[in-house]
Write a protein that binds this ligand. Structure first.
Ligand SMILES: Nc1nc2c(ncn2[C@@H]2O[C@H](COP(=O)(O)OP(=O)(O)O)[C@@H](O)[C@H]2O)c(=O)[nH]1
Ligand SMILES: [Mg+2]
Length: 349
């Protein structure tokens, strides 16, 4: 059994040493424990720091592509590097590495494919009351859309087994946390959650520079994801609301008409018709969305099978570079990756 711990990084040279210092090099239940970072176009010494601190694998994206894209690239690389279980954690040492055994336990026991670390956000001191309330609301929407009981849906401390990792296909740019839970709920992935500890805050969030950004991005992400995965529910709710609204001017006109004053209330009739038309259009969008959703499920199943074939064919991970060499030898694996880095650096200077 091989465990790979992956860390998405964007300019994390300051935080990475402490985070890596806490990670386990071996763990009961695994023959091999390796570390992988996804460097998402960092402009600082993230990669050098990772190598100096013994990271085995590096996925180096040439420019910044966003956390969700980096996460997906990391999962893909971990699978190709032969991981049986993948743990994802943050570079800012936010999550306590001491809880990695608890996180992988349900997977090792065969009772879950994906495990989410629950920060018990109610008890985190540096989360403002507003952030806590938003967390709660967002999480309840995600639970409803995914048919799961995950309490802390935005937690980045997670474990995936091979089957779960093979099925994940994140299309969002910034957040993979919500989408992967919804996908797990819809796919053949059993989720579980375990309480985990967090460390003291080391820096401000890179994902959300302000509370306004946090609210905006999460609201947009949740609405979009919910509409993508439950289009019929979302659009038929909107269509029914518009239809109910259209009844108000219609009834107003009808009352006037019966009273013999219909000619003076044609505006109500027109307004009602406009709302009614809008309801029909929105309802049709729901039907189209539903048809597209079934296409998406087919595409996702195909993607999963392509991945399995790729693994069978031993296709190397993309943007891959070997990390620290235990013997101090220059890198010899990973499709001339060492050479590639030098080339890239030469181009940049
Ligand atoms: N790949 C990638 N990782 C990012 C990006 N922004 C942040 N991260 C990483 O994502 C993780 C979570 O970021 P963090 O700022 O701690 O967000 P928070 O914990 O949600 O407040 C850290 O490991 C960051 O280095 C990005 O644009 N791309
Ligand atoms: Mg963090």
């Amino acid at each position: 059994m091989k465990l790979i711990i992956q860390i998405p990084c964007w300019d994390e040279e300051a935080q990475l040493p402490a985070t890596l210092a806490d990670l386990p090099r071996e763990l009961p239940g695994f023959d091999v424990v390796e570390w992988l970072i996804i460097d998402d176009g960092s402009t600082d010494r993230t990669i050098e720091v990772a190598r100096e601190n013994g990271v085995h694998h590096i996925v180096k994206l040439t420019n910044n592509k966003g956390l969700a894209a980096g996460f997906q690239a990391g999962l893909d690389a971990c699978l190709k590097l032969g991981a049986d279980v993948i743990v994802n954690t943050d570079a800012d040492n936010q999550y306590s590495a001491l809880d990695i055994p608890a996180l992988v336990a349900p997977i090792l026991a065969g009772s879950a494919d994906m495990v989410i670390g629950d920060r018990e956000t109610d008890q985190i001191e540096h989360f403002s009351p507003l952030k806590k309330r938003l967390q709660k609301f967002g999480s309840s929407v995600v639970r409803a859309a995914s048919d799961t009981d995950v309490p802390d849906t935005t937690s980045g401390f997670r474990a995936y087994n091979r089957e779960a990792a093979l099925q994940m296909a994140v299309v969002s740019k910034y957040t993979y946390t919500l989408e992967t839970i919804i996908q797990a709920g819809k796919l053949l992935v059993a989720t579980a959650h375990v309480p985990i500890r967090t460390n003291a805050k080391t820096r401000e969030s890179k994902l959300f520079p302000s509370m306004g950004a946090y609210v905006r991005r999460n609201a947009v992400a949740i609405t979009r994801i919910y509409a993508q995965y439950e289009p019929l529910k979302v659009f038929s709710f909107m269509a029914l609301s518009l239809f109910a609204l259209s009844l108000i001017p219609f009834i107003r006109f009808l009352v006037a008409y019966i009273g013999g004053e219909g000619a003076g209330h044609v505006q109500s009739l027109i307004f009602g018709a406009v709302l009614f038309n809008a309801a029909v259009v929105v309802g049709v969008l729901g039907i189209i969305g539903d048809l597209l959703y079934s296409q998406r499920v087919m595409a996702q199943r195909t993607f999963e099978k392509v991945r399995r074939i790729e693994l069978e064919l031993k296709i190397p991970p993309s943007h891959y570079e070997p990390g620290a060499q235990p013997t101090g030898q220059p890198p010899t694996t990973g499709a001339n990756a060492g050479q590639k880095t030098e080339d890239r650096e030469a181009v940049h200077t």
